[in-house]
Every structure is written in C-alpha cells, then in structure tokens.
Write a protein that binds this ligand. Structure first.
Ligand code: 13P
Length: 249
C-alpha cells in the first residue's frame, strides 16, 4: 500500500501523520507499506521511520546524476534522503509537466542504475476510455516507458507498475473492480509477451484512483490487483490505516 502525498502536508503535519502510522499495529507479513512525501520532508520521514518496515519513495526525479538542472533532484539524492523507491510517470507529471514516455523511460533506467525501485504509473484519460483506446494507450505507455528493458527482454527485479486511470484520480470516481481487473490482466499479458511468463505472473501491479477504505477490499479481491497507490485517502491516519489493514475483518 503506497501513499502518494503529492504536494501536501507541512513538515509538522507530516511528522504527526507518520507518528500515528508508526504507532499502528500493521501485519507486515501481509502488507508492504510505503510513503512518498514531498522532497523536503524526505530526510525527516526517513529519521522518523528508521527501524520500521515502512519504506519511502520519491515522487519524481531527474535522470541525470548531477549538473545544471535547476529545480531538479537526482536519483542519488533520493537514495541519500532514505528512499528505496521512486514514483515515475505519474499522470500529473505527464499532463502538467509535459513528461513523455521517452523521458520516463530515461528516468526508469536511471532509477534502476542507482538501485531505486521504480513505481511506474500508466493509465488512460477519460476521453481515451470513451474512445475505447484504453488498451492501446496502456500498451503504448508500457512499450515506451520500458523501452530500455524490453530490448533486452529483462524487466528490472522488483519494478512495480501502477495502473491509474486519469479519470479516477482525485475525482471520487473509482474504476469498478472489474474495470481495474480487466486492465491489470491486460498488463500481465503484455508483460508475459514482452518479457516472460514469470515476469507476467510476479510483477506487482498497483491500482490507483480514488482508493478509499470502503472500496479497497473489493479491489484487493481481484486476482491481478496486488495493492494500491493512494492519494487523498493517504493524508489522514485513520483512512490510510484502514486501507493498509484491508486484510482485517
Ligand atoms: P487519489 O487517491 O486522490 O484519487 O489519487 C490517486 C493518485 O494519483 C495516486 O498516485
């Protein structure tokens, strides 16, 4: 269960939220938990969470190691700040900051070279869904964002995919479990074809888009949904923790 805080929470609010998450009883044999705070919160989050099983992700990064890239953060900087993972290709990065799949491919490769696990986001817009282009768009995003790896037909170990239909993000409109399952299963088939059977079977595929305590169970009951990337509902301890503990009751 991965919390994407986006550009939210002050340093103090973040500290309070993480303290509550840290205190909660979570069965880490049943669930992996990760938080992706804004850059400036990363070192203090790392401090607070040290000694716990909760992992930390950056929300974005540049693909170069260093240089004249004002306003950017390098893969190594994220690692130094305590990140094990990095979210790449989020639809907000694609739409608002004009990131193309080619750029995202460079970022995925740089993350892997630095030893960060990418959480690669893909997903169609409402218009694309209405035009029945969902599978074409998802296939194209996968092909282009993983171009470096499909050449050699080896997907980096542990790489995580997140299917986030753009029309379901922050809108309160969750994809139905069936709609999500259908695309997740398509993604597994694509992985099988582009890489191999085991890659298709073993790759973690998260669903993101208006995940809440009241819909997580049904989503998690789908055979090809392994977890969730949570935005709004991850900003409060009670809603995030009840999603994290979906396995109870
Ligand atoms: P919401 O859960 O707020 O819809 O956001 C989803 C998301 O974009 C996670 O990356």
């Amino acid at each position: 269960m991965a919390a994407n805080w986006k550009m939210n929470l002050s340093l103090y609010e973040a500290g309070d939220l993480l303290t509550e998450i840290k205190k909660a009883e979570i069965d880490f044999n049943r669930v992996d938990v990760l938080v992706a705070p804004p850059f400036t919160t990363l070192p203090s989050a790392h401090n607070l969470l040290s000694g716990t099983a909760i992992q930390i992700a950056g929300q974005n990064m540049h693909w170069e190691e260093a240089g004249a890239f004002t306003g950017e953060v390098s893969p190594l900087m994220l690692k130094e700040a305590g990140c094990t993972h990095v979210i790449l290709g989020h639809s907000e990065r694609r739409a608002l900051f004009f990131e193309t799949s080619t750029i995202i491919n460079n970022k995925v490769a740089a993350a892997v070279n630095t030893g960060l696990i990418p959480i690669l986001c893909i997903g169609e817009s409402l218009q694309q869904r209405e035009e029945k282009k969902t599978f074409d768009i998802v296939r194209e995003q996968l092909q282009e964002s993983l171009h470096s790896f499909s050449q050699g037909a080896v997907l980096p170990e542990g790489l995580i995919l997140a299917y986030e239909p753009v029309w379901a993000i922050g809108t309160g409109k969750t994809a139905s479990p069936q709609q999500a399952q259908e695309v997740h299963s398509f993604i597994r088939d694509w992985l099988r074809e582009a890489f191999d059977k085991n890659t298709g079977r073993l790759t973690t595929i998260l669903y993101g888009g208006s995940v809440r305590p009241d819909n997580i169970k049904e989503l998690m009951a789908q055979p090809d949904i392994d977890g969730a990337l949570i935005g709004g509902a991850s900003l409060k301890a009670d809603s995030f923790l009840s999603i994290v503990r979906f396995y109870e009751g």
